[in-house]
Design a protein around this ligand. Structure first.
Ligand code: ZN
Length: 247
């Protein structure tokens, strides 16, 4: 079984198309979506259409999915995120709003091989950023691999060794393959639509549950087209600029 793992698409249609086109070369059996489908980007309806068409095997909601559909207030968001949420609430069709509203809270157990969540397995809105966070998260997971998103930074951490997390090695690298035969992994595939690790390329993951490998991938996409749509929609300029910087 091969899973395509997508996180934090954030209404960036150009990035999502580039990822799907690239991932189709290797192919997948099922899709896992780690939340934050909407928010920040200028294509919430088209992106929700695409994600729905993928008929994900498992999907969880992100904080932007909750706030963008009015499930929660945007009070904790920074000004540009809040402006994007107000725009998104207005732009998203009632039908898509209803669908996003109905997304389940994580964690969701996919099968005996993996669990998915948006922020952390103990709190869907928590950020996993350091050893303490990882150790706490690992104590809440029984599956060999737990995929998470929310930070927009690709990272892989193995609990048994208490080792430092494996981060994306740099902009010259396209693919990283991890051997996950020994369980105890927490893996963030990175963000499709708004990477924040200094590499502006879209990020995604492929999990081969039979071979027990996770492949982390970076793909260039038409950043300029996504930026132009953000500007045309009169969303905050910062949201366009950060796509080119990758943070
Ligand atoms: Zn996000």
């Amino acid at each position: 079984m091969r899973y395509l793992v997508l996180s934090d698409v954030h209404a960036n249609l150009e990035a999502l198309h580039a990822v799907l086109t690239h991932a189709r070369i290797a192919g997948w059996d099922h899709v896992l979506v780690l939340g934050d489908i909407i928010g920040y980007g200028a294509d919430p309806n088209a992106v929700v259409d695409e994600i729905r068409a993928l008929s994900a095997r498992a999907i969880v909601r992100g904080n932007h999915d909750k706030v963008g559909t009015g499930l929660e207030p945007a009070s904790g968001f920074n000004p540009s995120a809040r402006a994007a949420i107000a725009w998104t609430q207005h732009a998203l069709t009632p039908e898509h709003t209803q669908w996003v509203c109905g997304l389940p809270m994580g964690p969701v157990t996919v099968d005996e091989a993996c669990t998915i969540c948006h922020g952390a397995p103990f709190d869907e809105d928590a950020y996993l950023e350091d050893q303490r966070d990882y150790r706490r998260a690992a104590s809440h997971v029984t599956a060999p691999v737990c995929f998470f998103g929310h930070t927009h930074v690709p990272v892989a951490w193995h609990s048994a060794e208490g080792q430092t997390p494996l981060r994306w090695p740099g902009s010259g690298i396209d693919v990283q393959v991890l051997d996950v035969r020994r369980g105890g992994w927490l893996i963030n595939p990175g963000s499709v639509g708004q990477p924040r690790d200094g590499d502006p390329r879209a990020a995604y993951g492929l999990f081969d549950a039979a071979a027990r490998t996770v492949t982390l991938v970076r793909v260039p996409y038409d950043v300029q087209a996504a930026q132009e749509k953000i500007r045309e929609a009169r969303l905050p300029e910062r949201l366009a600029l950060r796509l080119a910087l990758g943070h």
